[in-house]
Ligand binder design. Sequence first.
Ligand code: SF4
Length: 175
Amino acid sequence: MPSTLSDHDTTIVHMVEHANRLYDRFAPDLHADPEVFGLVEAYAGAIARSGARMLDMGVVATCTDCATQGPGSCCFPGIESGYDAVLLLINRLMGCRLPDAREVEASCYFVGSKGCKLKGRYYFCLQYLCPRLEDLLGPGRAHDLLSTIGEELAAGWRLEQALRRWIGPSLEDAP
Ligand code: SF4
């Protein structure tokens, strides 16, 4: 487990480089595979549905207000350690450019001037509802939102499993 900021940076930079190598090696064939293509499309659709619900429910406005007016974003440094090469590869397949350095000090490696740079995010980034969001949503709407987010996570999991089968041992190469 990384113990300092520079350890966090070294670990995630190596993971990003590993994902970029996998992308350079496999992307043309992955994009041409109908199963993978279909799963990428399904995942992107599920992400769009979650995003639309967050917008409708006021979650996006609340998170933006918190990040800009305080008390501050929950995208804290070190949280990026939840990302592995396959989820970063998925982000590349969905058109995201992975940063080669941390842009915002004292924040997650993937925070940029316009917020998160990733499309495919892991469960903690999606499922955590802070007390302010819990107050905003109430139990019923929180349950509805988490249900939609669950569909997004399931679509991501199906794509991840397909990629693990497709790429095999190269996924485990040292980052
Ligand atoms: S939402 Fe994005 S910026 Fe925030 S912690 Fe997750 S990956 Fe990092």
